[in-house]
Design a protein around this ligand. Structure first.
Ligand SMILES: N[C@@H](CCC(=O)N[C@@H](CS)C(=O)NCC(=O)O)C(=O)O
Length: 213
């Protein structure tokens, strides 16, 4: 039987990793479709017809025929579909959503930008990169303070908020930020990495398409 989920992404993409990691932690096998962003495949009609923003990731749920965009929205969908990691009650679900909005606003945007410039995928003046690093460090400071005395971002267990934010923090080093400066964040990241089903980006996202194991 084919896997329920088909994930379209790019091996280097942080947002694609968030979705792949969520699927892996949820124990959901998925077919992986490599979108060749270097060749501009994400801006071509076959991809655009299902991903209106011309971005990755795109998740196809073969059970419902749905095509889903935006990693945070996809994580919420997966939590709804699997009943896992969504938060224990309405208050937790609201906090989970809050953290995910905050993530892309304050942490992911600057950290990913510094990362892609340092990796040579994009160009930006050094002062722009410095601004990004400063903004990302401010956001990591917010995380550091929040995580003091707690194991997870929301409630007593791991949620999609942790998965979402981990999918950015995991790349701090590649953005030129030393995660060791944030001991609470580093300890929390280790807790995520100890979860059953955890896989690093390179294990989940090859630079070619791959059928579910
Ligand atoms: N907020 C989106 C961001 C997705 C995103 O920025 N994807 C990048 C790759 S990492 C992309 O497709 N960039 C091409 C573009 O925006 O044109 C999400 O979380 O899914």
């Amino acid at each position: 039987m084919p896997a329920r989920f088909e994930l379209h992404g790019f091996g280097y993409s942080g947002p694609t990793y968030k979705v792949a990691l969520a699927l892996s932690l949820m124990g959901e096998p998925f077919d992986y479709v490599h979108v060749n962003m270097m060749e501009g495949d994400h801006k071509q009609p076959p991809h655009l017809s299902r991903q209106r923003y011309g971005q990755v990731p795109l998740l196809v749920d073969r059970n419902s025929g749905r095509h889903l965009c935006q990693s945070a929205a996809i994580l919420e969908y997966l939590a709804d579909m699997t009943g896992r990691f969504g938060g224990a009650n309405l208050d937790e679900r609201l906090q989970v959503r809050e953290w995910m909005y905050w993530d892309f606003d304050r942490l992911a945007a600057p950290l990913y930008k510094a990362r892609v410039v340092k990796a040579g995928f994009r160009q930006a003046p050094p002062e722009v990169v410095e601004d990004c690093i400063m903004a990302a460090k401010n956001a990591l400071g917010v995380l550091e303070r929040h995580l003091a005395g707690r194991a997870w971002l929301v409630g007593e267990g791991v949620t999609i908020a942790d998965i979402d934010v981990y999918g950015v923090v995991a790349f701090a080093g590649e953005a030129g930020i030393d995660a060791a400066e944030y001991p609470q964040v580093s300890a929390w990241a280790k807790r995520v990495e100890a979860l059953s089903g955890f896989r690093a980006r390179a294990d989940l996202l090859p630079m070619e398409s791959r059928a579910a194991a």
